[in-house]
Design a protein around this ligand. Structure first.
Ligand code: MN
Length: 304
């Protein structure tokens, strides 16, 4: 198999003033990052992540290399966040996929709630599991997918790059076949548009470029509450083209700097990056959110 056409599109949406999302479109490597933080910090966090991924080029392909790449991005963002007061507390999600055209596989690594989907034979499959509060509630059977889309705490994510010295990265490798379409997106799409609508928009599009436009338009038509970013590529029959071998840039292997944080960010492990501005929930808001979630859980339990 080989990668066919590929396209990416990012949009500020209808409610935000800035776009803190970023993407990588460098076949066989693709990524989406959704930054968060005050002022321009979220933008910086997402940019530090995608720059790290771009520097690795096609060198990172196996799960451990991709996980290492996310850990490296985490380290860079964390160091910057703890040495630059204007960047304190910033972070970003990251979903990175590397296609091995000869093996017919794709390897994914991700942290946060940016997603990857594989569309095959008219069916859409999620390749990533959101690291978010509502995803945990769905997995636990407390709420449904549809309820998650409108849940008041839907923007709370439980894992992120850049807010802690270390990070747990999820990885997986799965097969790709001719005819497959892979979609990466930030929650500005998946939080506004249901999976079945994403599927029909992609399968109804003439190709990846048209698909990205249709998906962004759908997110904005649904309200455009958040920055929206989509990367779409198709998988075709045939031999992979000669891709210039890209050596990883020397900066990819940075020495670990032991920079003790001047004022480490609050370690509540919860980041908000949905509608509204600001990076972290103040403690009181967070407690209120947890109480609300508990109350809703109880209510759902009683009403069924
Ligand atoms: Mn977002």
């Amino acid at each position: 198999m080989r990668i066919g056409r590929a396209a990416a599109l990012t949009d500020t949406g209808r409610r935000r003033l800035d776009n803190e999302d970023a993407f990588v479109l460098e076949p066989p490597l693709f990524a989406v990052a959704d930054g968060m933080g005050g002022a321009q910090a979220g933008e910086l966090a997402a940019r530090l992540a995608v720059t790290t991924f771009e520097q690795a080029g096609s060198a990172a392909r196996d799960p451990e290399s991709l996980a290492e790449l996310l850990r490296l991005a985490n380290e860079r963002i964390f160091q910057r966040a703890t040495s630059d007061a204007t960047a304190a507390g910033m972070g970003t999600t990251a979903t990175v996929v590397a296609v091995d055209e000869r093996a017919g596989t794709v390897t994914l690594a991700h942290v946060g709630d940016s997603r990857a989907y594989r569309i095959r034979d008219g069916l859409l499959e999620r390749l990533t599991e959101d690291h978010s509060l509502v995803a945990e509630l769905v997995r636990g059977g407390t709420i449904t997918e549809d309820e998650a889309l409108v849940h008041p705490a839907r923007s709370v994510i439980t894992r992120v790059l850049g807010t802690d010295p270390t990070v747990d990265v999820d990885t997986r490798t799965t097969d790709l076949a001719p005819g497959d379409v892979v979609v990466l997106c930030s929650d500005g799409l998946s939080g506004m548009v249901r999976d079945d609508a994403i599927l029909s928009l992609v399968t109804g599009a003439e190709g990846p470029a048209e698909a990205t436009e249709a998906l962004v338009a759908a997110a904005n038509a649904a309200g455009g509450d958040d920055n929206v970013t989509v990367v779409v590529f198709e998988v075709l029959e045939g031999e992979p083209p000669e891709r210039p071998a890209r050596e990883p840039a020397p900066e990819t292997t940075v020495a670990h700097v032991d920079a003790p944080p001047a004022s480490p960010p609050a370690d509540d492990g919860v980041i908000r990056h949905g509608p509204g501005r600001g990076s972290r929930w103040p403690a009181l808001l967070l407690i209120a959110a947890i109480l609300l979630v508990a109350a809703l859980a109880l209510w759902w339990g009683i009403s069924r």
